[in-house]
Design a protein around this ligand. Sequence first.
Ligand SMILES: [Mg+2]
Length: 332
Amino acid sequence: MRAEFREYRRAFRRPLMTAHGVWSERRGILVKLTDAAGRTGYGEIAPLPWFGSETLEAAIALCQSLPEFLDLADIRAIAPTLPAGQFGLESAWDSLMQHDPRKSDLPDWEPPHLSALLPAGEGAISAWKPLWDRGHRTFKQKIGVGELAAEQAAFAELVGQLPPRARLRLDANGGLDWDTACRWLEQCAVHPQVEFLEQPLAPSQFDAMLKLAERFPTSLALDESVATLAQLRTCWQRGWRGVVVIKAAIAGFPSQLRAFCQQHPVDIVWSSALETAVARRYIQAHLVQPENSGNRPDRALGYGVAHWFCDPAFEQDSAAALWQTLTASAIA
Ligand SMILES: [Mg+2]
């Protein structure tokens, strides 16, 4: 089938601050496959290099290296070093081959099921209420971005304002050390609204995170540590039974991720890699399914991020409509 690629760019309303630095623009690639019968399937390559996936440049090079007319063997041969590319191409193939109108007609997720991403630090204090009024009940805040005392003061004010039934996730993006992680977990212990602390330490400190998980009552979640299916498998084998945050758009071949999740009772929070509706709808239809044994209905999905962008078309339009808007940015 014929493969075509177009690049997209989306500016954030305001730059997203994480322990990895400042991020101001989301760039990625839409994939279109067309078979001899004229059927089409769309996919999306949304790299997150600071999170462990390939760079956009490497993804573009992959697109340029693939034959214009490709088959499944070409897709399955995409290297594990290109997990966003594996996802984008296999999901496009899957969408074309197994086109299921019932699945593509799934309604978009409603706010109560989505964890809404708040700004780091003090910015969260004025940001949570409008999102609560829109129906969000779970929130997420980045920590490890600024100075510890200021962040903990902002956190204390935020949890003081949040209604008791709200839930708050803290995400350190691996930016803490043992001592600061303990300081955060001591503070979290007296706030039952905290659902979990996400990736307190760098992925290399896996054993220390196991110890932290035993020492404090607040749950820990791995995210950077399980960026790809291969890493998820390793952490599972090494004994991690806590929460895992899965960004399916950068995790590799979705068929393999789906199989792993069906075979292991993993406590998963499905989460956005700040991809567009093209990858999100595929993930919703093909991965976030009750038959995946670990999907707990009380875990909000990490997809409450639309308010970070100012171009709703990328959240709402069909893949075919989005594709049409990108004619000028074809990757040759
Ligand atoms: Mg995270």
